[in-house]
Design a protein around this ligand. Structure first.
Ligand code: AMP
Length: 214
């Protein structure tokens, strides 16, 4: 089954696209950010380890992330496509994933990199709203929910702004992203697996671009 990686800065629309594609293809959408937020919510050991890094927009240590990803893959009872979202973030994570997939005679199929200018991202993220219940994304200006504070998809009154979506924290996350992205780009380009997706476009257009690549 195909393993795709969605690479890109926070706020480039990776999560929205990954969720929709996963739904359509009955694929697993594996977002390490979502898994970590769940862990914090549950106050598990992983959550306690990750919280301080996440609040500051820093990266959670590779060992914690790899354990979490392998644990989640191990939960699967049947084989299906996987879309990795927000993972890997470092070459060590990419190597860990390759090694793990390689043991099962599997490999990453393609890495799709969402590209977008930093200023656009800060503007986008500042208005981002997320449903605590189902994870759907909205935006105060670009994709407002029909009723304020209420999720259009699941109906829960549970829309909130992530703590690390504050502009200063976003700038710090972007700095880290740029530092980390180049080696990852090089890593997958060397394997002939890197494809760029121009992400400064309406959601539908990006979706079509992705479809053409998958
Ligand atoms: P995200 O939802 O992908 O933007 O992730 C939110 C935060 O979770 C990041 O700013 C990091 O602190 C942490 N995080 C998520 N995925 C990873 C990863 N693969 N490696 C390290 N830290 C991660």
């Amino acid at each position: 089954m195909a393993k795709w990686i969605f690479l890109g800065p926070p706020g480039a629309g990776k999560g929205t696209q990954a969720r929709r594609l996963a739904r359509e293809r009955s694929a697993l959408h594996l977002s390490t950010g979502d898994l970590l937020r769940d862990a914090i919510e549950a106050d598990s050991e992983v959550g306690q380890q990750a919280k301080a890094y996440m609040d500051e927009g820093g990266l959670v240590p590779d060992g914690v992330i790899l354990d979490l990803v392998f644990w989640r893959l191990g939960q699967e009872t049947e084989s299906r496509d996987v879309i990795f979202d927000g993972f890997p973030r470092t070459v060590a994570q990419a190597e860990g994933l390759d090694e793990r997939l390689g043991q099962a005679g599997d490999a990453v199929k393609k890495t799709l990199e969402f590209t977008l200018a930093d200023e656009v991202i800060v503007r986008r993220i500042a208005g981002r709203l997320i449903c605590k219940k189902c994870g759907a994304n909205f935006h105060r200006d670009f994709l407002p929910p029909k009723r304020e504070g209420v999720c259009d998809q699941c109906g829960a009154e549970a829309l909130y702004q992530r703590k690390d979506d504050h502009p200063d924290v976003v700038r710090h996350r972007l700095e880290i992203y740029h530092q980390q992205a180049q080696p990852l780009r090089d890593y997958y380009a060397a394997q002939g697996k890197l494809v760029e997706i121009a992400a400064d476009a309406p959601v539908e257009t990006i979706y079509e671009r992705l479809h053409a690549e998958l």
